[in-house]
Design a protein around this ligand. Structure first.
Ligand code: ADP
Ligand code: ZN
Ligand code: MG
Length: 481
């Protein structure tokens, strides 16, 4: 039997750090990257006798996430203690939600490999606190505990085992990330760990109705590793079954360097968390008006923005979809169009060169150092013929370096397009003299020869000559010959 005889089942548990200013049960700051243990207090350090107070914003953000993912919001829920020991958890329990999560039974729509729409079920979304961080001690050996992250609010979004390939898992995660960014509840910075996933994978023979035994890869925080990890687990599990063995239910760690998974713990040491309601915190009761109020305050989501772009800006389905994935890029697009009145060019710059540079520099869209005013100016300078699009690409690179205005860059670098007839004519005559074959080709009916000549002239002028003028003048001059 081969891989085609098996069906793959994937379910994801995503942890997203909420971007509230303060922690879930105290007023310490949640900012990332502070010096160790500078953002903690007796409550998040678990001093005896301290009492937690639930941050109302955390509930609001979780409800926003629930509404944006089609969940039903529970009117009554509560906080529970999940008991376990680990050095990054000073209370020896995590305050989470057990049997009464804030949000239940939602879904997210994705497109599968064949372009068909498919809903991925969401089992629940609950609120909980993050743990601290263990850092290796370079001087004394051993570990040092940093409690800045202890008590940072999280939502955990648990999916149904509805995904059937690594590609579907990838699409689900990207859609979920995009939604959380749109509703501004999490910055979803994967490299900072504010959007991370536990990936559950199992396989079963096609036609089988019972689920196979799953393994769980913990805390994955890059799309690439998630896809690689899933593919590795599928192959490994099928191999085990084909060899007559049984897949063990276990928790795994994915290692990016070796491209393999390693066992962290098996079912035998499955933990009993002894959940019970936290006696220090009251019940969470939400009124109908409260939930309605949040519903009304939700911004436009990527799906509806995409549909609007098809109508309003005449974008292609593909472009509309790509540009609405990031709220930041899609805002940049709308602002740029409002100034240029040129949707096509604005979209092309953002999905083309801007996205390419973001990728190369491994930057997030919100780190773009220039504004929509600058991008609009660049597009208008091309339209007016002040610069060629070849030069505009170089200007854009400069804008990424220093966030300066395009007109200033062009002036400083002396990149203004040559539109002076005399200067253009000089170049045209020289190129014609150097390329008699192309002249013959054009006269013989090969229109493409003009493109070659224009290309040569652009090279000669380092991209500064006005291409439309070159085009016209080449034709004029050849016709005279
Ligand atoms: P735990 O916290 O013990 O991992 P949860 O019920 O919170 O358990 O999460 C289980 C996750 O695993 C869910 O996302 C669910 O969809 C997924 N899952 C459950 N069974 C399977 C299976 N047989 N194969 C793949 N994924 C599974
Ligand atoms: Zn604190
Ligand atoms: Mg799990």
């Amino acid at each position: 039997m081969s891989r085609e005889d098996y069906e793959v089942i994937i379910g994801l548990e995503v942890h997203a750090e909420l971007s509230t200013k303060t922690k879930i049960f105290c007023s310490c700051k949640t900012e990332f990257g502070g010096a160790p243990n500078t953002q903690c207090c007796p409550i998040c350090m678990a001093m005896p006798g301290t009492l937690p107070v639930l941050n109302e914003k955390v509930v609001e953000y979780a409800v926003r996430a629930g509404l944006a993912t089609n969940c039903s919001i529970e009117r009554n829920s509560k906080n529970d203690r999940k008991n376990y020991f680990y050095p990054d958890l000073p209370k020896s329990y995590q305050i989470s939600q057990f049997d009464k999560p804030l949000c239940k039974t939602g879904y997210i729509e994705i497109e599968n490999e064949n372009g068909e729409k498919k809903n991925i079920g969401i089992t629940r979304i609950h609120i909980e606190e993050d743990a601290g961080k263990l850092n290796h001690d370079d001087f004394g050996g051993g570990c040092l505990v940093d409690l800045n992250r202890a008590g940072v609010p999280l939502i955990e979004i648990v999916s149904e085992p509805d995904m059937r390939s690594s590609e579907e898992a990838d699409k689900y995660l990207k859609k979920l990330k995009s939604i959380l960014e749109y509703i501004e509840v999490s910055d979803c910075k994967m490299q900072e760990g504010s959007f991370r996933a536990d990936v559950n994978v199992s396989v079963r023979k096609k036609g089988e109705t019972k689920l196979g035994t799953r393994t769980e890869m913990k805390n994955m925080n890059s799309f690439r590793s998630i896809i690689r990890g899933i593919e590795y687990e599928i192959d490994r599990q099928i191999e085990v079954i084909e060899a007559g063995g049984k897949v063990e239910q276990e928790t795994l760690r994915w290692d990016d360097v070796s491209g393999k998974t390693f066992s962290m713990r098996d079912k035998e040491d499955a933990q009993d968390y002894r959940y019970f309601p936290d006696p220090d915190l009251g019940l969470i009761r939400l009124s109908e008006e409260y939930i309605e109020g949040i519903k009304k305050s939700l911004p436009e989501l990527p799906e509806s923005r995409k549909r609007r772009y098809l109508e309003e800006y005449n974008l292609t389905e593909r472009d509309a979809k790509l540009i609405t994935v990031s709220k930041y890029l899609s805002n940049l697009f709308e602002e740029t169009v409002s100034k240029t009145k040129n949707a096509k060019a604005s979209c092309n710059w953002i999905l083309g060169d801007i996205s390419r540079i973001l990728n190369e520099k491994e930057m997030e869209p919100n780190q773009i150092p220039f504004t929509s005013d600058n991008l609009a100016e660049l597009i208008i300078l091309i339209e007016k013929g002040t610069i060629s699009s070849a030069i505009a690409k170089k200007v854009l690179e400069e804008m990424f370096e220093n966030g300066e205005e395009p007109s200033k860059i062009i002036e400083e670098k002396g990149w203004v397009q040559i539109s002076d007839e005399g200067a253009i004519k000089e170049v045209v005559l020289k190129i014609l003299a150097d390329n008699p074959q192309s002249v013959q080709d054009y006269k013989g009916g090969k229109d493409r020869a003009i493109g070659f000549l224009v290309g040569q002239a652009m090279k000669q002028t380092k991209g500064k000559a006005n291409p439309q003028m070159l085009n016209t003048m080449f034709i004029e001059e050849i016709n005279k010959m």
